[in-house]
Write a new protein. Structure first.
Length: 142
């Protein structure tokens, strides 16, 4: 586990079975909403002279020839607003895409945090955990 700030952390599976996850806590009136989501890595796929950005699972299926649908149908929901997110964090869409393709989960976490701040973290985790501030502090020290 790597603490990024007082309210966020990145968890990496030491066995490399699961994708890294990010946890973000938002406080309000002594309660904390804890959002947990996967830091999926994107891959650049060039097909028919077009570039597509897809998750690791889709990239593997594309290279194995096992995708049931054309590659262009596998677009992540947040990519269509990446220009707005980039403006929100004073960056460029190209820089954000490079970060999302990074092997480093902390680099990816910065973009996912920007996406969550721009769109709302509910779009990354629709079922956040509710806890008291004390419970949150205890869970961080466990």
């Amino acid at each position: 586990m790597l603490f990024l700030t007082d309210d966020s952390a990145v968890y990496e599976d030491t066995r490399a079975v699961y994708e890294p996850e990010m946890v973000v806590a938002q406080s309000s009136n002594g309660h904390v909403r804890v959002f947990r989501f996967t830091l999926e890595r994107l891959h650049r796929i060039v097909n028919d002279e077009r570039v597509y950005y897809v998750t690791t699972c889709i990239a593997k299926g594309f290279h194995a020839g096992t995708l049931p649908y054309p590659i262009h149908t596998y677009k992540e929901w947040y990519l269509k607003s990446l220009g707005s997110v980039a403006s929100y964090v004073d960056s460029t869409p190209s820089d954000l895409l490079d970060a999302l393709c990074s092997a480093d989960p902390v680099t990816r976490s910065e973009v996912y945090r920007a996406i969550g701040e721009y769109h709302g973290f509910e779009n990354l985790d629709g079922y956040p955990e509710e806890m008291t501030r004390k419970q949150w502090e205890r869970s961080r020290n466990a």
